[in-house]
Design a binder for this molecule. Structure first.
Ligand SMILES: Cc1ncc(COP(=O)(O)O)c(C=O)c1O
Length: 386
């Protein structure tokens, strides 16, 4: 089944562009909120890195989520979209001084700290401002995730977080620094995770760490388990809203919170991926030696996930109902990796046909680049064009 799109309106727009179905986004957010509120003190932040389109950010903010940022630019984008700074968390393995200062000036909820040198710098900069920064320690839990190697973050060999063996030293350090206050523990094991067993592995590790800290008489105010819930790229319409029921229930069942502790989540992909499609125009259909190419006006500069992670996006010819043929669907960029899909079944393609690359709302528009001196794609929400 293909997606439904306002084709005649699309014909008036310059391609390529991102199109966001805001009804689906709103329904997804309602579902997230309804599922999270079944449990006490479950707080959801939206991971701005997935998509910082201001119109989407406003809708997400209206629905009460906090913001999870990984740069000063994202903190600015979140504040501009109206997220209260008291709901902003800031992670990142390389926070620059100006970014830390920005967070301090806005009194953000928490810095998720990834190393001792970073902790020292936050302490120093907070001291200069006569402030005490709230920090959570981002722990590398050494828990694997069954996902692509490039989007696994919680293994020892990854650059993220503080190694478990160093936890005691870091805890001593935090206690000794006057301008930081330990508020929480932060984890994030990876992205596009569909196996709840991976999250159970994380919960078990968090429980062990909490036990260890309890023996040192330390109970933090909050635990942040990051994001990572995956979506169904193969069938965008089958379950357009991911299974948040099972997701939150998994944490409820396996993660032992201490009394008064809150549990924070940083969901990106699962919130915005399915509402977005990249819409491109077919420039040429070219016969190759043993195959045919559909050459689009969108390329890896507009949607880099297939080239970067060998990611799959469902591709549809939304302006043809002719019989199915096979195509390698490629972009115009001067790179051999500029391929969206090989041997893709599409309704017969001709020059001018509009092609939708589905499930592109997360890590799509935000990762677009100007390589080959190309303009960035525009982003339209459904309200813009009906
Ligand atoms: C620290 C952190 N939190 C949250 C996320 C969001 O992850 P996802 O989009 O998979 O939910 C990421 C993405 O990799 C991240 O690095």
């Amino acid at each position: 089944m293909k997606g439904t799109f306002p084709i005649s309106k699309f014909r008036e727009l310059e391609t390529p562009f991102y199109y966001y179905d805001t009804q689906l986004l709103r329904d997804t957010l309602t579902c997230v909120n309804n599922e999270a509120k079944k449990y006490e003190k479950y707080i959801v932040h939206y991971a701005v890195k997935a998509n910082a389109n201001p119109k989407l950010l406003s809708i997400i903010r209206e629905n009460g989520l906090g913001a999870d940022c990984v740069s000063g630019g994202e903190i600015r984008a979140a504040i501009q979209a109206g997220f209260p700074s008291s709901k902003i968390v800031y992670a990142g393995v390389g926070k620059a001084d100006w970014e830390i200062n920005l967070g301090l000036e806005h009194n953000i909820f928490c810095f998720n700290v990834e190393s001792v040198p970073e902790l020292e710098v936050i302490n120093e900069l907070a001291g200069t401002k006569e402030k005490v920064a709230s920090v959570a320690l981002r722990i590398n839990p050494n828990v694997g995730a069954h996902t692509h190697a490039n989007i696994t973050t919680g293994l020892k060999e990854n650059k993220f977080g503080i190694n478990l063996e160093d936890l005691d030293t870091v805890l001593d350090k935090v206690e000794a620094l006057p301008n930081v206050k330990l508020m929480g523990l932060h984890f994030h094991i990876g992205s596009q995770i569909l196996d709840m067993g991976d999250f159970i592995g994380l919960c078990n590790r968090v429980n062990e760490i909490q036990e260890h800290m309890y023996n040192r008489r330390i109970i933090v105010e909050h635990i942040n388990v990051g994001g990572g819930l995956g979506i169904d790229y193969q069938h965008p319409n089958r379950q357009a809203i991911p299974d948040f029921t099972e997701y939150f229930a998994t944490f409820h069942k396996h993660l032992k919170l201490r009394p008064q502790q809150s549990l924070h989540f940083e969901l990106g992909r699962s919130i915005v991926a399915q509402c977005g499609s990249l819409i491109a125009k077919t420039l040429y259909v070219k016969q190759g030696a043993n195959k045919q190419f559909a050459i689009l006006d969108a390329g890896m500069t507009d949607l880099i996930r297939p080239a970067l992670y060998q990611a799959y996006h469902k591709i549809e010819n939304i302006t043809s109902e002719e019989p199915i043929e096979k195509y390698d669907v490629v972009g115009p960029i001067c790179e051999s990796s500029d391929v969206f899909g090989k041997a893709v079944d599409l309704n017969k393609v001709k020059r001018g046909d509009l092609i939708a690359l589905r499930s592109a709302g997360a890590y799509g528009e935000i990762m677009a680049s100007g390589y080959n001196c190309r303009p960035l794609p525009k982003g339209y929400i459904s309200e813009d064009i009906v």
